[in-house]
Design a protein around this ligand. Structure first.
Ligand code: SF4
Length: 64
């Protein structure tokens, strides 16, 4: 299984990934960073689109 990870050093908080895949990406409660939901499986195509669309190239896959 692989899961997406967000490099918060690169993320500009544009919130594009939140709009694209709100079931995967969220704002943490304080609103300070992007949180990846704990899911049994991640929707491959949607996450791949988020990886491709992230303007900061901050989203990557990680083997879990
Ligand atoms: S799309 Fe990329 S830069 Fe924008 S909030 Fe998501 S991870 Fe951050």
């Amino acid at each position: 299984m692989r899961r997406p990870v967000v490099d918060m050093a690169a993320c500009t908080m544009c919130e594009g990934c939140l709009d694209l895949a709100p079931e995967v990406f969220g704002l943490n409660q304080a609103g300070g960073y992007i949180e990846v939901a704990e899911l049994e499986a991640y929707p491959e195509e949607l996450v791949q689109e988020a990886v491709a669309d992230c303007p900061a190239e901050a989203i990557a896959w990680e083997e879990a």
